[in-house]
Design a binder for this molecule. Structure first.
Ligand SMILES: Cc1cc2nc3c(=O)[nH]c(=O)nc-3n(C[C@H](O)[C@H](O)[C@H](O)COP(=O)(O)O)c2cc1C
Length: 327
């Protein structure tokens, strides 16, 4: 598993999809406002307060390098007031050997949201074995605010050793929700979700949804890159299946606002600060912006690069807030 996780970090660079074209999305009205940058408003998320409306989307643990990445990311969250999702914590279900890779609560502090992460297949298996205690223990050991469940059936089918879901994920989600009392989120990992999935998720008691939309890091593509030339050539069109973050904002805006508002929402999957800002404005309900790959690029070395990057994001959001209006 460790070598697969290492491949994921390296292949993420080659598996980026299209970038959202943002220039035509905004009105730029230079004679109507000053350009003195505003303080950004604080955002409530999972009962805690964020200084930036930003989420570090789940990235992998379970390798030596991931430990350094997670520490840097947690430091940035602490310094700038952002929330963080851990990468898949599956290695911790069987042993605590890799706990240090993920154990960032002391760095991020008590006052910012931190979520653990598991795949739906692991949860299905644990429920089948009446071992839900292992999930509860995982959340407690990491002193996390809850659990993010990644539901990624296409990716699993693009890898030879991928997990097969014996039940529809919605049933597993419902069953888990009956057995745990911490917040549970559901996310994709680069294909996003269609309107029926979003509608069905809103009907459940999950706490939130992270888009993991199509348009940025694409895990189905990453898995195909790990296979041979024939598989890549013949299957690569599968990697374009899914829904972009803009599509998902549109789907949610079609659903009853009173229901959408009840969930915490993270707009992620190929978004950058400016496109994220735009989509957040378009969405009728409150949301924050999630990014994985953009953070990863600067989190691999020492902290100063990441700090410089997050300072830039903050400035980008301030500029957007001041000068750009919905078109
Ligand atoms: C190196 C890497 C590892 C990832 N590992 C996980 C994971 O373990 N669990 C998960 O739910 N998502 C994982 N993701 C997916 C991200 O959380 C996110 O949904 C996806 O990358 C889209 O965001 P982006 O386009 O900003 O990268 C990973 C992403 C990257 C780049």
């Amino acid at each position: 598993m460790e070598s697969r996780k290492k491949d994921h970090i390296n292949l993420a660079y080659q598996a980026q999809m299209f970038e959202q074209e943002v220039s035509e999305l905004f009105h730029y009205e230079p004679i109507l406002v000053s350009n003195q940058l505003p303080e950004l408003e604080k955002t409530k998320f999972l009962g805690k307060e964020l200084s930036l409306p930003l989420w570090v989307s789940s990235m992998t643990g379970g390798t030596k390098e991931a430990q350094n990445i997670n520490k840097n990311l947690a430091l940035a969250c602490k310094e700038f007031g952002m929330g963080m999702g851990l990468g898949s914590c599956r290695p911790l279900l069987e042993s605590k050997e890799r706990l240090a890779d993920f154990d960032v609560r002391d760095i991020i502090g008590e006052n910012l949201p931190l979520m653990t992460n598991l795949g739906i297949a692991q949860v299905e298996k644990l429920l089948e074995e009446s071992a839900v205690d292992k999930i509860i223990e995982l959340v407690a050991n990491l002193r996390a605010d809850g659990l993010m469940l990644h539901v990624n059936p296409l990716q699993e089918l693009m890898q030879p050793e991928g997990d097969i879901y014996l039940k529809p994920p919605l049933e597993t989600i419902q069953e888990l929700l009956e057995k745990v009392d911490f917040p549970v989120f559901v996310k994709e990992v680069g294909q996003g979700m269609g309107p029926k999935s979003l509608d069905a998720l809103l009907e459940t008691n999950i706490a939130g949804i992270e888009f993991g939309a199509l348009g940025g890091t694409n895990f189905s593509l990453i898995e195909l890159m790990r296979s041979d030339d024939m598989v890549m050539e013949q299957m690569s069109d599968f990697a374009s299946i899914g829904h972009t973050a803009a599509d998902m904002v549109g789907f949610l805006n079609e659903l009853p606002l009173s229901m959408v508002q009840q969930k915490e929402l993270i707009i992620s999957g190929g978004v950058k600060p400016l496109s994220g800002f735009y989509l957040k404005q378009q969405l009728a309900a409150p949301a924050i912006i999630g990014m994985a790959f953009q953070f990863l690029k600067y989190a691999r070395e020492d902290y100063s690069q990441l700090k410089k990057y997050v300072t830039l994001i903050k400035r980008s959001l301030q500029i957007a807030e001041k000068l750009l209006q919905k078109s």
